[in-house]
Design a binder for this molecule. Sequence first.
Ligand code: KG4
Ligand code: ZN
Length: 348
Amino acid sequence: MKTVLGLESSCDETAAAIVTDGRVILAQRIASQDEAHRPFGGVVPEIAARAHAERLAPLVEAVLADAGMTLDEVDAIAATAGPGLIGGVMVGLVTGKALAMASGKPLIAINHLEGHALSPRLADETLAYPYLLLLVSGGHCQILLVEGVGKFRRLATTIDDALGEAFDKSAKVLGLGYPGGPALERLAAEGDPKAVPLPRPLYGSSEPHFSFAGLKSAVLRARQSGEHADADIAAAFQKAAIDCLIDRTRRALDSVLAEGIALNGLVVAGGVAANKSVRGALEALAASRDLAFVAPPLSLCTDNAAMIAWAGVERLALGQSDPLDVAARPRWPLDPDAAPVRGAGVKA
Ligand code: KG4
Ligand code: ZN
């Protein structure tokens, strides 16, 4: 049996976990920074980096104690090396390097997005490559064909906001605080989605990508008009966002199936996968194409270290590790060959 210690610090969760190649999470701990960032309505990079630096080492000690292990008993250290807020990424990666050096164990530098992308395989041992992955979080909104460890084809991305970002910004407009996705979902349950007409950007478009900025602006105008109940705006936003999500995902799914690729499932990961209406709509889409629908448990959908440890397990099994001078990367696309997106400026 192999065990990997995973570290995550790329955004506002500090996390450590120990995972075995038998898919057992021996221990995991997460320290959320929501309280620290709430007064600012979003993640403040400097505050995040400092909080990671204070919390990560005690978390590592705690998960080792939880698992009843010493550092010498783990087989490798996996740390998120990007993409993300660079201060936080550096704290996690430097901690991983120090632990690897002290223990003489290999260091595995993990792409945070690969952590999300492979996490469904930690939860479901029957999920084989290739599968179609919808990665929807506060910072990312992509459809990926996952063909293996390190083998991704990006089929779609957002030309402006990520879906979670659109939820958070709309929630802010509605005075719901930060992070707003879960609160917006609760409010939407009390509203009538048909009561407020909202746009569905790129719906039915022949281009593959997502766009949510226009929807978010329409939410602002609807709120400012004073003509609608907040719950109705929330419900209409959620419905419009999901309609767009399903339309874009259906397009990607059908293009892959038309290529004759034998998909093993439609998989959702990232924080927005916590949304029950999002899950329900994706499940129905998968069923309509006779595909298995896989959604990892919520604790694996939002940022966590078990997914980083698991990506480490998969890479370790392939004999992969990284030199101790491996660099932290603020940007790190999963598919470097993907064409740049219109409107994306200089961003990768
Ligand atoms: O993956 P994650 O924890 O962090 C990153 O952004 O990488 O995702 C957090 C995002 C936030 O935008 C949050 O509002 C959204 O996921 N989210 C939700 C729900 N729960 C979390 N959005 C809609 N409905 C939810 N229930
Ligand atoms: Zn994430």
